[in-house]
Write a protein that binds this ligand. Sequence first.
Ligand code: PMP
Length: 406
Amino acid sequence: VSTALDTNGLVPSHRADFPGIAADWHYLDTAATAQKAKPVLDAIARAYGPDYATVHRGVYERSANMTLAYEAARKRVAGFLNAASENEIVFTSGATDSINLVAESWGNKFVGEGDRIMLSRLEHHSNIVPWQMLAERTGAHIDVAPLTGDGQIDLDWIKENLTERHKLVALAHVSNVLGSLLDAKRAAAIAHKVGAKLLLDGCQAAPRLPVDVQDLGCDFYVFSGHKIYGPTGIGALWAPYEVLEAMPPWKGGGSMIDRVSFDGTTFAPPPGRFEAGTPHIVGVVGLDAAIQYVEDIGLDVISAHENATLAKAREALSGINSVRVFGPDKSMGILSFAVGDVHPHDVATILDEGGVAIRAGHHCAQPLMDYLGVAATARASFGIYSDDDDVAALVDGINRVRKIFG
Ligand code: PMP
């Protein structure tokens, strides 16, 4: 991995590390899923090839080695989030799975009738629906925090409206539509003042900025591997060990037990308690390689690169007549926009004809679309491989849309 600075004092885009990106293709849908770095693909090929074996059970050497690799990955994720111990990291199939784990296990035990859960208007459906299902099961209520004028979660409103009945505040660390960055430390302080826990949905934050769960002071942190240049089907949940220890298992099966008998079964301590069945072994190995890849570059360097690229795109789009840009001026790697009243699907289709891949739709954030007063937005999102050519191609494409639609 090359981290040498270019003539602008920035790292190069690392495009060459990504076999999934052809020279003439402009991939601006990294917020949906990131392309895979070569070291990740190599690690996956080795793990499914010459290194392949199960974990935790085999006594033969290859299985023992795979177990070491699996547990080394847990340690790497712990380091990535600055968790106090690798035993605080639960492997899941992704952020959605992590949130459902918390809602089922922690929620069923600690949230009861008349309790309240605080969400915000900009949450992804996966940080809404599991809580609605929990509320349905338990008789709890959901409160929805509004946004400030520039598309940030209104923490003042949350502070004023939190009560002792609130057991949980669950917020996006970075919005997948607006790119808004939450003041997570302040959110934690506000939540803790009433004894509520703070869950951070780190799907869009973990790939774009250094995350230190101890410094942030949150109680749960979730993310997905496929947004950090890693494989799909793997992600993680972090929570302090004593929080995990107080949580009952949510899926039963092999590996998550201490002893099974028909007189009663006892469960393994965390994190094993939450990893029933043969895990996504190769996914974990691929995630390990992905985190190593971003750590070798540096999350602060990735942030600087994406922010610089995004700032150029924002400036260019702001200068185009009839383009409306949503969200705060300083968004994290994500830029939602509208071109006049052209449907975002038409915008995306015309851009695709020019080799520019953006996302158009509600981005699994329908309550936010309602709030913005639109059915959908067009969204360009950037990654470590994005460069000035991508921005130029985006601008060209938007100008073509304006021409076609007059
Ligand atoms: N939260 C946010 C903010 C997201 O961007 C996404 C993915 N679009 C999710 C949650 C869900 O992640 P996954 O589908 O990988 O579980």
